[in-house]
Design a protein around this ligand. Structure first.
Ligand code: FES
Length: 123
């Protein structure tokens, strides 16, 4: 893939977090005031949609589900967060917000035993 148009600059004027679909890839755009950042849409902890569970205060993003926090400028975790936010490159061209999507960024989640056969425990 390559640079893809996500939205107009004006679409982020009055919002801090908004998710957009870009050719089937969901991208979360954050408005930091002086710049825009782009992340996968789900919390790296337990797949909570950050558009709904995320609270932006200054440069800190907090997932209100279990209070993991990150520096939105770098994606680095703070407090109890154990994983960094993955990030896409973002740029503005005229009135367009573009994100570089080489491949969909996804977190690996631990503890998903839904498909594990209970009987295999005794093997
Ligand atoms: S799901 Fe976001 S902190 Fe747990």
């Amino acid at each position: 893939m390559s640079w893809k148009r996500v939205c107009a600059v004006g679409d982020m004027a009055d919002v801090k977090l908004k998710a957009f679909d870009v050719d089937g890839v969901s991208i979360l755009i954050a408005n930091l005031g002086s710049e825009l950042k782009a992340y996968p849409p789900l919390c790296p902890h337990m797949e909570e949609p950050l558009e709904q569970s995320g609270l932006c205060e200054g440069f800190t993003l907090t997932c209100m589900k279990h209070l993991w926090q990150w520096d939105m400028r770098t994606g680095e975790p703070s407090g109890p967060a154990e994983k960094a936010l993955l990030m896409y490159d973002v740029k503005q061209e005229g009135d367009d917000v573009l994100v570089y999507v080489e491949k969909e960024l996804e977190y690996e989640y631990e503890g998903d035993f839904a498909e594990e056969d209970d009987d295999s425990f005794w093997d």
